[in-house]
Design a protein. Structure first.
Ligand code: ZN
Length: 426
């Protein structure tokens, strides 16, 4: 009898525990605190991601979590996007495919006082498989609640340099200003706007930026009179190795060019975004690494266009450089890709073959000269320690580590006259 009472009491306790757990679970907020990997070392941003899944649509959005003036402004914008999206998509009851809205918020620390925020919304209508990307930016100073305008930052005349993108969305970043205009993204370095710098920024604007911070904007650009090389990483991005390489580059104030495969881009969108946001260049290495010389014109175009599309959907940027797999080029490839610069290399690290830093590092360092383009592969984990040594030794030898486009620009190549590059040696 005692045994039966014991079992009965245990059962009651179990049931009570289950009810308590159930109530607690039901009360749990669907909001998840997140810290995006690319906000480290940038603006401090706490975002919350929420998911809303109905019969008609799927919405996955981020909103900022603190109550500052700028956070509220960003959240008001996100709310308006959601409202419009719901109005447009809640009536399609028999849709085969749900409408989808996802939005990411990225923040950028430009200087200690200046910050930029970018909201990237990707939208797909009911029954469609095509995504549209919408980008909205906010730029502000920490010390006051004014949004930064280009008029406040630069003297009259700067419009001539940025011309038709003037009215569009712009994002202040560490070394340059990004402009977003529908299909087109462009980037202008502060250096090219230097002659329009305001003489007394603190007095001349209501932005409360100190002279020192303002001057910082115009430092940190490529010096054409110093040695430079472009390191390139092929076949990625990779969700571990590429992050490690990005850290190495950032620690050394260096940039590189990543020739990506479309299939790896679509599998690793967060890596792609960080590669681009850190000021590196992205080039196209085809969708799945075929030898282009063996493909039809139609299939060559498909390989390049699909990769360009997926990079554009993530970054808002369309690459201008193509690295043909195996370096294989013929007249058909050249004419089909006449809108692109074809970038080969003059230093092959053979990292894919040796997988050994003790072979890779001396091979590269034994050959390197001003203007070189170095070939490495970020899909191999053995390339990471090799890249670490190569990057730090090059910096010690006073090389600037720049992107391929920066290299060709500094060496004053005319991209309309030359299509194929093995290096920037003059
Ligand atoms: Zn390759």
């Amino acid at each position: 009898m005692k045994k039966i009472i014991k079992i009965f009491v245990s059962l009651i306790i179990c049931i009570l525990l289950c009810i308590i757990c159930g109530v607690l679970l039901m009360q749990k907020s669907p909001k998840i605190e997140i810290k995006r990997p690319n906000t480290e070392n940038k603006a401090l941003m706490t975002a919350q991601r929420t998911v809303e899944d109905t019969a008609y649509y799927y919405i996955e959005i981020e909103k900022l979590a603190s109550q500052t003036f700028m956070d509220q402004k960003v959240n008001e914008y996100v709310d308006s996007i959601i409202l419009n999206f719901k109005e447009e998509n809640s009536l399609e009851v028999k849709a085969q495919y749900k409408a989808v809205l996802t939005n990411n918020i990225d923040s950028f620390k430009v200087t200690d006082e200046i910050y930029g925020i970018r909201v990237t919304s990707m939208m797909k209508r009911s029954n469609s498989t095509e995504y549209d990307t919408l980008i909205k930016t906010f730029n502000y100073t920490k010390n006051c609640e004014n949004e930064i305008t280009l008029n406040a930052l630069f003297k009259k005349g700067y419009e001539s340099i940025i011309s038709k993108e003037l009215d569009k969305e712009f994002l202040l970043k560490e070394k340059s200003i990004m402009f977003y205009d529908g299909e087109i993204t462009s980037q202008i370095s502060y250096n090219s706007l230097k002659e329009y710098a305001k003489p007394n920024i603190f007095g001349a604007s209501n932005l409360e930026i100190t002279e020192e911070e303002y001057d910082n904007l115009f430092s940190n650009v490529v010096d054409p009179n110093r040695k430079m090389v472009a390191i390139t990483f092929d076949d990625g991005p990779h969700n571990v190795n590429t992050y490690k390489i990005l850290d190495l580059l950032e620690e050394n104030n260096a940039r590189a060019t990543f020739f990506m495969l479309g299939q790896n881009v679509s599998a690793n969108p967060d890596v792609v975004r960080k590669v681009y946001d850190n000021g590196n260049e992205i080039g196209i290495h085809t969708w799945d690494h075929p030898q282009l010389t063996k493909l039809s014109v139609e299939n060559i175009t498909k390989q390049i266009q699909s990769t360009s599309d997926v990079i554009y959907n993530i970054t808002g940027y369309r690459p201008k450089l193509v690295r043909p797999p195996y370096g294989a080029i013929n007249d058909k490839v050249k004419s089909t890709l006449s809108d692109y610069s074809l970038i080969l290399w003059n230093i092959d690290s053979l990292d894919w073959k040796s997988r050994d830093e003790n072979k890779i590092v001396p091979l590269v360092m034994g050959e390197v000269q001003d203007g070189d383009i170095i070939l490495l592969h970020d899909i191999h984990s053995t390339t990471v320690p090799a890249a670490q040594k190569i990057i730090s030794q090059l910096v010690e030898q006073d090389y600037q580590l720049v992107t391929v486009s920066e290299l060709l620009e500094a060496k004053e190549y005319d991209l309309t006259k030359t299509q194929i590059f093995y290096s920037g040696r003059q």
